[in-house]
Design a binder for this molecule. Sequence first.
Ligand code: HEM
Length: 145
Amino acid sequence: MYNFSSSDYCFLCFGGFVNLLLRLGMCLVVLALASYTTSMFALIRHRRIVPNVRRFLVMGVALDLMATLCMILGSSHGPLTLHGCLGYSALLFMLVDMIWILRFESRSGREEQIPGKLLYISVAAYSWWVLAFLAGAMLAMRMPH
Ligand code: HEM
C-alpha cells in the first residue's frame, strides 16, 4: 500500500501527508454526504419517494463506493482497519436502504406515503453513515501534517 512522503499534498491543509487518491476519496465522500443529506431532507419533508429522494440516494451510494475504493487504494494501512470497517458497515446500510426505497417505489409508486418503519430505517442508516463520516474526519485531523 501507499507510503506517505513529505511531497504529498494534504486535502485539509494543502501541504502534508495525503496522497492524490486519498484526496480524491475525501472529496468524493464530502459529495456523498451532500447527496445523502439532500435525499434524506426530501424524504423527511415529503414522506414519499419524490424524484430527489431516489436521484440523490443513488448518486450518494455511487459516490460513496468510489470514495471507499480511492481510500482503500490510497491507505497506508490496507482495507481492514477500524475506520475501514465502520465505513463498510455505513456504506452497506445505505446500500440496503437504497434497495428498500427503490423496491418500495417500484411496488407502490411515487404517490404512496412511505411506511413509518421504512422512514425510521432510512434515518437510522443516514445517522450511522454520518457517524462514520465524522469518525473519518477525526482520523484525518489526527494524522501527521
Ligand atoms: C463513511 C464514509 C467513509 C468510508 C466508507 C471510508 C472508507 C475508508 C477505507 C475502507 C479506508 C482504508 C482503510 C484505512 O486506512 O482505514 C479509508 C482510509 C482513510 N480514510 Fe476513509 N472512509 C470514510 C470517510 C472518511 C472521511 C470523512 C475522511 C476524512 C475527511 C476519511 C479519511 C480517510 C483517510 C485519511 C484514510 C487513510 C488512513 C491511513 O492511511 O492511515 N475517510 N477510508
